[in-house]
Design a binder for this molecule. Structure first.
Ligand code: MD3
Ligand code: FE
Length: 212
């Protein structure tokens, strides 16, 4: 089946084989041992999100009641710097991003069987020229992507363990969300659930100088 995705969205099914998924999962387990998953809350309302989160990289995406959505160098609970991004993910970025600069942030989202993520835009970064690159591990999910305006036409695709999607160019500011998890569709995580990793550039990339 060929998918009709918005311009700029690329889906690379099964980019990571089972062995590579297991190895990447081990990397992420080490990350969350030093930077534990926690439940982020929405700005103003303090309503908890459905997913648990952590980060690796020089900057991590965080949200809380008073500070709102932002990037910061430290884990909100421990105050420690985020651990480094695993080499496999840096290699992925170098291979598929088309951007010379390395990613600064890798957000880790953990979904249990009933978790979902409402439609939203990713706009907390200062540079939208680099794509967002997403890796799925564990149970399948139903992912939905629309246009750059809320409420337009949307397309749904099933993402499976090992899949990569690249959200670049015209799609970088598209609305997107996760409607549902399909429990027990992967054996990768022994207690089920889904992990999504998103690699991002946060700060402005200075354009190459054209001076002689
Ligand atoms: C489409 N995560 O962390 S990843 C998020 O599966 C987020 O956990 C979802 O949305 C997840 O912000 C989806 C795929 C994704 C990420 C960024 C995008 C799709 C995107 C940016 C623009 C358009
Ligand atoms: Fe997002």
């Amino acid at each position: 089946m060929t998918e009709n995705l918005p311009d700029g969205v690329r889906h690379l099914p099964d980019y990571f084989d089972r062995t590579a998924q297991q190895s990447l999962l081990n990397d992420i387990r080490r990350v969350v041992q030093s930077a534990p998953l926690y439940v982020p809350v929405m700005p103003r309302t303090g309503k908890p999100m459905h997913v648990r989160m952590s980060n690796c990289g020089s900057l991590g995406w965080v949200t809380d009641k008073d500070g709102g959505y932002r990037y910061q160098a430290t884990h909100p609970k421990s105050g420690q710097n985020w651990p480094p991004i695993p080499q496999t993910l840096l290699d992925l970025w170098e291979t598929v991003s088309g951007v010379k600069h390395p990613p600064e942030a890798c957000l880790i989202n953990f979904y249990d069987d009933s978790a979902k993520m409402g439609m939203h835009q990713d706009s907390d970064e200062k540079d939208f020229s680099a794509p967002v690159i997403s890796v799925s591990l564990g149970d399948d999910c139903l992912f939905r992507v629309g246009g750059t305006q809320r409420g337009g036409k949307t397309t749904s695709i099933r993402l499976r363990s090992g899949d990569v999607i690249i959200l670049g160019g015209a799609s970088r500011l598209c609305y997107h969300g996760v409607d549902r998890i399909y429990p027990a569709t992967s054996m990768l995580l022994k207690d089920g659930g889904r992990i999504n990793l998103t690699l991002r550039r946060v700060s402005k990339i200075q354009p190459a100088s054209t001076a002689p």
